[in-house]
Design a protein around this ligand. Sequence first.
Ligand SMILES: Cc1cc2nc3c(=O)[nH]c(=O)nc-3n(C[C@H](O)[C@H](O)[C@H](O)COP(=O)(O)OP(=O)(O)OC[C@H]3O[C@@H](n4cnc5c(N)ncnc54)[C@H](O)[C@@H]3O)c2cc1C
Length: 420
Amino acid sequence: METREKIIIIGGGFAGLQLAKTLNNKNKKVILLDRVNHHMFQPLFYQVACGRIEPSNISFPFRKIFQQSRNTQFRLTEVKEIDPAHNKVITDEAEFTYDKLIIATGCKTNFFGNKDLEGKAFAMKNTQEAISIRNHVLMTFEKLIIEKSRSDDGNWNIVIVGSGPTGVELAGAFAEMKKEILPRDYPYMNFKHLKIILVSSTEKPLAVMSSEAQEKSEQYLKELGVDFLSGEYVTEYDGDKVYMKSGKQIPSNNVIWAAGVTGNVVEGFPEEKLIKNRYIVDRYNKVKGYDNIFAIGDIASMETPKYPQGHPQVANVAITQAKNLGKNLLKKNLSEWSEYEYHDKGSLATIGKHRAVVDLPFFKFQGFLAWYFWMFLHLMLILSVRNKLAIFFNWMWSYFNKDSSLRLIILPNKKNGTLQ
Ligand SMILES: Cc1cc2nc3c(=O)[nH]c(=O)nc-3n(C[C@H](O)[C@H](O)[C@H](O)COP(=O)(O)OP(=O)(O)OC[C@H]3O[C@@H](n4cnc5c(N)ncnc54)[C@H](O)[C@@H]3O)c2cc1C
């Protein structure tokens, strides 16, 4: 008979995976549930979308991570509902009971209820979506060359909506692709008319960073030839044209939506447990009103004197909340539990080669030193030595060759009329 406490973790992102690692080989039975079979390193999705690195370099199968574990099991399944009254998690395939439940389901792209945008623009919140962007953008050029369509009608424009780190990094990478790679891959095409357009509701890019970072990133985008449209709100997209609140219209078949996220809330909790689609938690990450249910990472909203609106939805918060909760769960007495406190270590973004901006708590810098710092930090954060080496090799290869050989178009196979 099982005597160990049974802990179910929903979601193996930065938070869920860190928690499972903290509890690994301890006296708890841990079951990790995720709808995908791998952990995803989201900060480098944009490099997959631009064909700079392989998806496998930033994806880590859970079964491999916990191959040697004595107490952790993984189940590939999507959680549909939580039944807190009966300590049960419900999926399409099965039900799982728990002693303690940890919700670490993160966020999904927020289209703010606009179904047209959701259906036609690309999101970049999982590996599959990053690969879809790569496929679609590359297919645009392949179609153009076959159909011999006009290259100056704007349909091939790449429009990125949202000028946070994801939007800025994508725009920089596509601008470099336009300059260095596309003319070599498609020598008979003229890329003069291809525009990389970054649409922003704010006046400057990277509004969450310092004014120095905002100024510099705007300058870098300009140097790379990105059209930065500030103070614009996208209202519609019909697959051919992007419509703005100001009346402006931009032709494009390639629209990437990087303008917001919202929590992956699982059914089963009353409305008052949530604020802005995040579970309200106390300083121990315990969900309001429950003793054995916790939420960590992007999906948790914890009010503290330093963060009255909740913490920023970034990887470091997810990881440190998971570490704190993991240590608490291993303590014998509740009286020994530690409250969570976030110490912001800063933020950074890169905008093409040799261009990055770094805001540390007591020091801000930009330029090529910042770019090396960005590369070093991301290499350190990537799981597994093999992947660190693979990414380092790919980066060095494209650094010296101004090229990469990862521009594969891999589309789903159609069999008997259905996708396989
Ligand atoms: C493109 C992009 C770039 C980013 N860049 C940075 C960056 O440079 N720096 C930074 O600090 N942060 C960055 N972030 C934010 C960072 O990735 C998140 O803050 C972090 O991933 C949050 O971790 P999490 O564990 O809460 O959620 P996630 O990492 O999103 O993990 C959630 C997990 O839950 C699973 N899941 C969700 N719902 C269910 C369900 N119902 N059933 C089963 N499984 C489920 C998902 O499959 C996923 O594995 C970026 C995010 C994106 C999308």
